[in-house]
Ligand binder design. Structure first.
Ligand code: ZN
Length: 417
């Protein structure tokens, strides 16, 4: 098992042209005393939409690290993989997010469920966890229900893990995460406890776990939900994890992973406070925020680059249904709030930048435009070299956007002094 650093920060580099600008943010953060490890993440879904290979993400990351002289650790995440999709990630990746969300609810063998209940009497009754005021009251029925929901998923995670170990020729060189976030129902802290017991029974050395939290984590926009309730749930999950490390011998570095969908600014405060209070680690994942910064940079550059940003919007609007389909559970776009292509064509650089930049205090900001473009990267992929050449021609303004966004809006609020 490779030990995962305490604070890891996931960045997405959809077109493999942003790694330098992203790494600059980590370098600047380090100069401010913020010690976070970059994790480049790109899911199978994104590779398929763009037509790219995981090795390209690895090459871009390695190049940025070499060019900028980064001497710290960095990782490459095989993001949201399963047994069917993991193979092309095995060589380039050293962080594997085993996605079992689709397996939740699949019935486990009744004998396995019975054995699990038999093995874990400590989960039934009044369960006191240090750091949580109100003990959990868990009945045998609750354990059975949760086991029926999640046991099969943990068995499948074990199968993926075994496959990676066999393909890598050992377990020493990678970090394992289990993700359950892309599903309909949040997992409660008592469920998290039962799930961690089941993962420990499967002997999977997980170091990060990504639950689905309460509230909406829509792509590229702020959290929608009860921030106070999120804060309580986050604190309770941290306490459950600390408890499970002791009770079930899970890796001491085990920590929560927040698949944020980018830009969940309103929960950064509660997360930061919880980390300060407990000393816990964190994996926070952003992704599409970087691609949006590229488009914002092009719009700011004006001229041909602004025209290209407008073309990307127009095509995204045209193909809206197909673009949104893979992301249906994580976007909420109000069609009535989307301006027409003609209207956007008339926008100045400032208007386009204001509409897309995630500044809720700016009256020009339009979260519907932002969510549509968030899923519109396929349009840029189809533009091929036209898009990539624009990134190169406007590297300075685009890089400044990418670096500044990560550093000022994500790293400093979450990890700054
Ligand atoms: Zn996720």
């Amino acid at each position: 098992m490779k030990t995962c650093p305490k604070f890891t920060f996931g960045v997405g580099d959809r077109f493999a042209h942003g790694a330098h600008a992203q790494l600059q943010a980590f370098i600047a953060a380090k100069e401010l005393g913020i010690d976070i490890t970059p994790v480049w993440n790109k899911s199978n879904r994104e590779h398929e939409i763009i037509g790219s290979e995981p090795q390209q993400t690895r090459d871009a990351a390695d190049q940025a690290v070499a060019d900028l002289g980064w001497t710290g650790e960095y990782l490459l995440d095989a993001d949201h993989i399963n047994l069917a999709t993991v193979d092309r990630f095995i060589a380039p990746c050293d962080f594997f997010t085993l996605d079992v969300a689709d397996d939740i609810g699949e019935a486990a063998d009744p004998a396995d469920v019975a054995a699990f209940i038999e093995k874990h009497p400590e989960l039934i009754g009044t369960v006191t966890i240090a750091g949580i005021d109100q003990p959990f009251e868990i009945t045998q029925d609750d354990v059975e229900t949760t086991a029926n929901q999640f046991l099969k998923a943990t068995q499948k995670a074990r199968a993926i893990y075994d496959h990676i170990v066999a393909a890598k020729g050992g377990s020493d060189n990678f970090v394992t995460e289990i993700s359950m976030d892309e599903t309909d129902n949040p997992q409660t802290p008592p469920e998290m406890l039962i799930i961690l017991a089941a993962i420990a029974d499967q002997d999977i050395p997980i170091q990060t776990i990504a639950p689905k939290f309460t509230g909406r984590f829509n792509k590229g926009v702020d959290y929608v939900g009860d921030v106070a309730q999120f804060g309580k749930e986050f604190n309770d999950d941290l306490a459950v994890i600390a408890h499970a490390i002791q009770a079930y011998g899970l890796p001491p570095a085990l920590k929560l992973s927040v698949h944020s969908g980018s830009d969940k600014f309103s929960i950064y405060g509660p997360i930061k406070a919880a980390l300060a209070r407990t000393g816990a680690g964190l994996h926070i994942k952003t992704a599409g925020t970087n691609w949006l910064e590229e488009v914002i940079g092009l719009a700011e550059a004006g001229g041909d680059a602004l025209a290209l940003a407008k073309e990307i919007y127009a095509k995204s609007l045209e193909k809206k249904a197909a673009l949104c389909e893979p992301y249906a559970t994580v976007i909420d776009i109000d069609d009535a709030r989307l301006p027409s292509a003609e209207e956007v064509n008339g926008w100045t650089s400032e208007q386009f930048v204001a509409a897309l930049t995630h500044d809720q205090g700016n009256p020009g900001y339009n979260q519907h435009v932002r969510q549509l473009l968030h899923v519109g990267f396929k349009v840029a992929a189809q533009l091929g070299d036209t898009y990539l050449d624009a990134l190169k021609a406007n590297r300075e303004v685009v890089s400044k956007k990418v670096t500044g966004n990560l550093l000022d809006r994500h790293m400093k609020p979450l990890f700054g002094g």
